[in-house]
Ligand binder design. Structure first.
Ligand code: 8YV
Length: 326
């Protein structure tokens, strides 16, 4: 009897075929809610879930008594009750590493686009407003040689900092739960308390995971510490930033500009002023969204779930405490 897998992420035909060779696979394309009736009806016999972005709750897990593994097509796992999964012995896997460089590219693209007002001025040209040589009212801020403050210095944060230090001659400061001596040696990065970093940095880039401790980590007090010329970039999760405080900081000129790939509510509410604010670059969570990387993420998730359902340790296991070698 083949084990059953519910696949609600974007998998290629080859990846679905790989799974179908070993498991009974039921696909749910374009699933937007874990409350979808067909998805709910399939849970009782499921041994594995593969996908992303669904809110997995203890109540949902109660409907899946045979569940052994969830293979998330993501590096972020803030939408999973990790302790509850571990208590139930359900493995949670994710897809780190394969998306690091692409997501860091997105982060640095946002830094450049926001500092140099690329989107705003490209729209200005498109509207036919370029009728004379530009002037100071069109000037942006330099990136090269400036001080880059990394809030969070994990894989993605380090990759963004590498681009800044090695590619743009930037001084790198970082705030992180633990020191990163190897990166200090490699990039000349200096560790700072968050408040010090925010006061010193010309460009602040947020890459921390969303946890109970980092929710609203950047709020009114933190924006008030930043330079009035600061460029603020968030590629972590929207809820790491108190969005109302960000909007007020931009409106009050407490910071110069913001580049945002993530938001407290996604898709962004039509009522949000952010995409209409002149010094805001708003992107629809494209961090890892390239053909190459999303294929690699899906493949990692397929490999993770295949290994787990065969009693082998997955490549990227989030909750080690749930692992019980067979
Ligand atoms: C994905 C991400 O957009 O990996 C993550 O945590 O935020 C992005 O790579 C998202 O998880 C949907 O796959």
């Amino acid at each position: 009897m083949k084990k059953r897998v519910l696949a609600y992420g974007r998998l290629s035909e080859d990846q679905l075929a790989q799974l179908a060779r070993e498991f009974e696979v039921q696909t749910f394309s374009d699933l937007t809610s874990a409350d979808d009736p067909a998805f709910r009806a399939a849970l009782p016999g499921a041994h594995g879930l593969i996908g992303s972005s669904l809110a997995i709750t203890p109540e949902l897990l109660d409907s899946a008594p045979d569940l052994e593994v969830i293979a998330s097509i993501s590096v972020g796992v803030d939408n999973y009750p990790i302790d509850e999964l571990t208590r139930r012995g359900i493995l949670l896997c994710n897809t780190p590493d394969v998306l690091t460089e692409t997501t860091a590219d997105t982060g640095f693209a946002l830094i450049m686009a926001t500092a140099r007002r690329v989107v705003e001025l490209a729209e200005w040209v498109k509207r036919g407003d370029w009728q004379a040589s530009i002037g100071p009212e069109h000037f942006g801020s330099d990136v090269h040689g400036k001080t880059l403050g990394m809030v969070g210095f994990g894989r993605i944060g380090a990759a963004v900092a590498r681009r800044g230090a090695l590619g743009f001659g930037m001084k790198v400061l970082y705030s992180n739960a633990s020191p990163k001596p190897a990166l200090e040696a490699e990039l000349g990065a200096e560790r700072r308390e968050l408040a010090e970093l925010l006061a010193e940095a010309d460009i602040v880039c947020v890459t921390v995971p969303l946890t109970d401790e980092t929710e609203h980590l950047i709020g009114e007090h933190e924006f008030a510490l930043m330079k009035s010329t600061a460029i603020f970039v968030n590629i972590s999760r929207g809820k790491v930033v108190h969005e109302a405080a960000l909007i007020e900081a931009l409106e009050m000129g407490r910071i110069r500009a913001a580049g945002l790939d993530v938001f407290e509510q996604e898709p962004l509410s039509p009522e949000s002023p952010l995409p209409h604010m002149r010094h805001v670059v708003a992107l629809p969570h494209i961090g890892s969204a390239t053909f190459e990387t999303r294929t690699a993420m899906a493949q990692r998730a397929v490999d993770n779930i295949s290994l787990a359902l065969k009693g082998q340790r997955p490549i990227s296991l989030v909750n080690d405490a749930a692992w019980r070698p067979s």
